[in-house]
Structures are given as C-alpha cells and as structure tokens.
Write a protein that binds this ligand. Structure first.
Ligand SMILES: Cc1cc2nc3c(=O)[nH]c(=O)nc-3n(C[C@H](O)[C@H](O)[C@H](O)COP(=O)(O)OP(=O)(O)OC[C@H]3O[C@@H](n4cnc5c(N)ncnc54)[C@H](O)[C@@H]3O)c2cc1C
Length: 402
C-alpha cells in the first residue's frame, strides 16, 4: 500500500536540500541564467555537501518508497531549474548505465559520471539526433563491431545533449542493426578522452540556460567491447529473438531509461511551479490596486486557488508513479501521466504568476519570467507532452495508437 507520509529521514533530506536551494542556488540563479554558462562553482558546492555524487543518487534510488528522489528534486528545482539541471543532468547518463549495464559496468562507469567532491565530472546521455527526437527508433548513429580488435566503432551526430561534449562519460545509444529499428539499438559507454568524440554547436536556449546543451559528433569513435552495456552475448540473443519474432526481442534501451526517470522530470517541473506559486501568492497579498490588495479580487484569488490545486494534483501523480516504479511497476502509463501533468501545470502556473505580477512579472528584475522560460522545456524533453499522451493512450487502450 502506498504511504505518502514522509519518513523522518525524508523530511530531513527535504529540509537539507531546501536549505541548499535557499542559501546557494536561488542567490546564484539570475547570474547563471544571464551568463548562460555551466555553473561549475555551484555544482562543486553541491558535490562538497554530497548532493552531487553517485552515492546520493544510489541512496535515493535505493529507497523502496520511491519518494526520496522526487522530494529532493522538487526542492532543488524550487531553487533554480538551470542550476538544478546542471546538478541532475549526469543522472540521466547514470540511469542509462544502471538500466542497461551489468553490475560490473555500473560500478565502473557510474562513479565516473560524477568524479569526486574535489574533482567534479559530468555524464551525458546521448540519444536524440537532428532527425530523431520523439522518434527514437529512427536513430542514424551506427555502431559496428570490429571483431578482430574487439572494438565498437561509432559514427553519427547527436543533438541537444545535456552536458554534451563537456562530460567525462558519454552514454551513446546507436543502431547496431537498423533493420530492427528500436529493437536493433544498443547503448555504449564512451570513456573519457576517447578520440573522435567532439562537441558540435552549443545551443542558445529559451530557458534552463545554466544547463549546457550541445551537439555531440562521433567520428569513427572506437570503444572497447566491454563498453557495450549489457554485454555482447545479451545483445546477440536480443537481436536473434527480434529477427525471429519480427520484433519483441527486449525493450528499446533509451525508452527503458526514460520510463524510469519520468517522475523525477515531473518533480523538476513541480519545483518550478511551486516557486512561482509561492512568489505570486506573497506578491498578491502585498500589491495594492484600487485601494486593496490584489488578492482580494476573486479573479486573482481563484487563479491562486487553481495553482495550489494543480500543484498538489501533480505532486500526487508524481509520488504515485515514483512509488509504483519501486513497487510493481506502471500499469496505465502512470510515469508518463506524472510527467505530462507536472510539466503542463508548470507552464500554466508560471504564466499565471507573470499575470499576477503584471508589468513587474514581465521584467527580468523578477524571477517569474525566468521560471516560465524554465518550465517550458519540461513539455519537450524526455518525451514531449504529445508523446506522453501517446504512451498513456496505448497503455489504457492496449492498442497501437499512432
Ligand atoms: C534543453 C534540452 C535538453 C535535452 N537533453 C537531452 C539529452 O540529454 N539527451 C537526449 O538524448 N536528448 C535531449 N534532448 C532532446 C529532447 O529529448 C528532444 O528534443 C525531444 O524528445 C523532442 O524531439 P524533437 O525535438 O526532435 O521534436 P520532434 O520529435 O520533431 O517533435 C516535434 C513536435 O511533433 C510532435 N510529435 C512528434 N511525433 C508525434 C506523434 N507520433 N504524435 C503526436 N505528436 C508528435 C512532438 O510532440 C512535438 O510537438 C534535449 C532537448 C532540449 C531542448
């Protein structure tokens, strides 16, 4: 049975992350948004206190209630989403390794996605391509096996990669057998310093500007056979099964990773929504027009009431999905439901917050316009809102809805 009362440990963790968000993240948010650069000093601070690091992630993932990670992430993103992504971005690479790798590969590579508190490193999870974002089954990046050398050779271009090119460890999803589409793909670790991997253009973005997003170019990148996540035997068996069955030989590696991380992405959006709601509520009580606080107008008060309801609804969906992910799995696309709801709520709530602040809300003097920009990415990455609806529609109907 799901129990959404936080334990004492979880409450302490929530307060601890909130304290970091108040003291370190929020005060730095405006600066790093304007600079549009990776906030190394803040990530280093997070590493020093143990908030950035594989041990933190392992402990959070080990929590059987599933709530630890969304609770921590909501607080961090309440502080700032750009900096939050800079701290959480390596987690996607770690999830890609944990979801597809052997225990030995997890032990070898996940810590290298983080480095140490004195020597911070990053991880990047490279799936999307210029012509394959939502349609991850159409990846063009190829991985070919050189049997004589026991090496895989990777060629292609990855687009919009968080930490792309500045990461220590890049996890790359590539087509091994393109005739099998998504079933013919595999994930590879590209170790630090591997020749042939380079950063392409760095994207200039609408929001989460402190998070680094870039192209990753793979030009005859050679990685040892042991860098194939899950190992060759497992891949060969999966490909053989897929050929025999036409399809059905095991899951698509990128989808597997995204399924697991959806409640966490929802929690990111939730943190932004809550920040905007709290700010707008306080402002509406202070700001006077026509001789009274603007909250005394129902149109403003009801907007705030709706914001509160939607935020709580999103949190409940996130916590349910996080709990299910650790206790029996999703049945009706609950992971997608949580991400879809929270990201749409974040966009709407942050827009309403701008409206409540009026002209001030539209200026960069106040944080609500940044929160609105930051919220929008959540309806796009790790599966757009339309793709979440597709996953839910397929889950509830049992039909292959197109
Ligand atoms: C800041 C940022 C960070 C990112 N980080 C990463 C990362 O670290 N790693 C990574 O691999 N990728 C990353 N991405 C890529 C991201 O996951 C993709 O942009 C996203 O999946 C959408 O793909 P696309 O941009 O190609 O859009 P498209 O797939 O071209 O979609 C365009 C529009 O068409 C709609 N659409 C497409 N197919 C359907 C359908 N079947 N039914 C209904 N509607 C449909 C979409 O919902 C969308 O509205 C990042 C992107 C950004 C912007």
């Amino acid at each position: 049975m799901a129990d959404f009362l936080l334990t004492e440990e979880q409450t302490q963790l929530k307060d601890w992350v909130h304290g970091f968000a108040v003291d370190v993240v929020r005060p730095a948010a405006h600066e790093w948004d304007e600079r549009e650069e990776f906030p190394w000093p803040i990530v280093q601070e997070a590493a020093k206190i143990g908030l950035y690091g594989w041990e933190f992630l392992a402990n959070a993932m080990g929590d059987k209630s599933g709530l630890t990670l969304p609770v921590a992430v909501e607080e961090l993103f309440w502080g700032d989403a750009g900096i939050g992504m800079a701290i959480m971005g390596s987690g996607l690479a770690a999830a890609g390794i944990s979801g597809n790798g052997t225990p030995e590969q997890v032990m070898e590579w996940v810590p290298q996605c983080y480095g140490s508190d004195g020597d911070v490193k990053l991880g990047a999870f490279c799936v999307s391509e210029p012509d394959a974002g939502s349609d991850v089954s159409s990846l063009r990046t190829r991985a070919e096996y050189d049997e004589a050398a026991d090496e895989w050779v990777l060629n292609g271009t990855k687009a919009w990669i968080t930490n792309g090119g500045i990461a220590n460890v890049h996890v790359v999803v590539a087509a091994v057998d393109p005739t099998l589409k998504g079933r013919g793909q595999a994930s590879f670790v590209v170790p630090p310093g591997t020749k042939g991997l380079s950063q392409g253009q760095k994207y200039l973005k609408h929001g989460i500007r402190a998070s680094h997003t870039a192209e990753v170019v793979l030009d005859d990148v050679r990685v040892p056979g042991r860098c194939l996540l899950g190992g060759k035997e497992k891949l060969d068996a999966k490909l053989a099964r897929s050929h025999e069955a036409g399809h059905g030989g095991g899951g698509q590696p990128a989808m597997k990773t995204f399924e697991g991380t959806r409640p966490t992405v929802g929690a990111q959006a939730l943190g932004i929504a809550r920040a905007a709601y709290e700010f707008a509520l306080a402002y509406a009580k202070e700001r006077k027009a026509f001789g009274r606080a603007i909250i005394m107008n129902q149109s403003i008060a009801f907007k705030l009431a709706n914001m509160a309801v939607e935020i709580d609804a999103a949190r409940l969906l996130i916590w349910r999905a996080a709990w299910l992910a650790h206790n029996g799995g999703y049945k009706n696309g609950e992971g997608s439901m949580s991400k879809y709801k929270a990201s749409e709520v974040a966009v709407r709530v942050t827009e309403d917050a701008i409206q409540i602040l009026g002209g001030y809300g539209y200026t960069r003097e106040y944080p609500v316009e940044r929160w609105h920009r930051d919220a929008k990415i959540h309806t796009i990455f790790e599966g757009t809102s339309e793709i979440q609806q597709l996953v839910i529609a397929r889950a509830i109907s049992g039909l292959r809805i197109e």
